[in-house]
Design a protein. Structure first.
Length: 231
């Protein structure tokens, strides 16, 4: 049974999530403070942590950093903070996903299912993926058309960007992480680079670049690769 730790200082949210998640077969533990979250995580060993950022004793980002010191459990931030800086900071601290309040329970459940699937998969399992009408292998940098048509050529930077996203299937990868990993720390604010290269990747790989289904933008936060079987 999947164990979920919910951390939020709003009693109605804790109650609603506990009821909904238990009804769907999850084992649920709840707490309303950051300190309680760290203690509960150490004793309960959750498979997933759902965490609010606005806690009364510790900022949620500090809780993320504390958990990441020893735990690899996926962390889904559930917060009323909608600013891009808050989202990027949480993701860079080690959060796996970010859901803003108000939220739908069905959406949160879908995010929980997605992070638990990813957490149980080997990182190399997604070295070969399907994007649009192409089979892409990021390990050996080859692209094969599923229909036998012309095959696009990617630049080295496009391969780097695609590889980071493919190796984190379904996960929201922050702009800062992508810029740091591909261009270096001195390019941390050059988000125009990402927009340009993502647009190029979509034109080359997506069936409908204007309405992408797999190479997605999360405005103000980052980018996400959705595998074909999840799109």
């Amino acid at each position: 049974m999947t164990k979920i730790l919910i951390v939020d200082d709003e009693p109605q949210i804790l109650r609603a999530l506990r009821i909904n998640l238990k009804a769907r077969g999850y084992d649920v533990e709840v707490t309303d403070t950051g300190g309680g979250a760290l203690r509960a995580a150490a004793a309960y060993h959750p498979d997933v942590v759902v965490l609010d950022l606005g806690l009364p004793d510790l900022d949620g980002v500090e809780v993320i950093r504390g958990l990441r010191g020893w735990s690899a459990a996926p962390i889904i931030v559930l917060s009323g903070r909608t600013g891009s800086e808050d989202k990027v900071e949480a993701l860079d601290a080690g959060a796996d996903d970010y859901v803003t309040k108000p939220f739908g329970v069905d959406e949160l459940l879908a995010r929980i299912r997605a992070v638990t699937r990813r957490h149980g998969a080997a990182p190399e399992a997604r070295a070969s993926v399907r994007v649009g009408g192409f089979h892409v292998d990021v390990a050996d940098h080859t692209i094969r058309s599923a229909a036998g048509g012309a095959e696009p050529r990617l630049t080295p930077t496009e391969w780097q960007l695609l590889t980071v996203l493919v190796r984190n299937p379904g996960k929201l990868v922050s702009q800062r992480q992508l810029l740091h990993d591909i261009w270096g720390p001195q390019y941390a604010t050059e988000t125009n680079y990402l927009r340009q290269y993502m647009a190029q990747l979509r034109r080359k790989l997506e069936d409908d670049p204007a309405h992408p289904r797999q190479l997605l933008t999360e405005p103000g936060m980052g980018y996400r690769f959705v595998p074909a079987d999840e799109g």
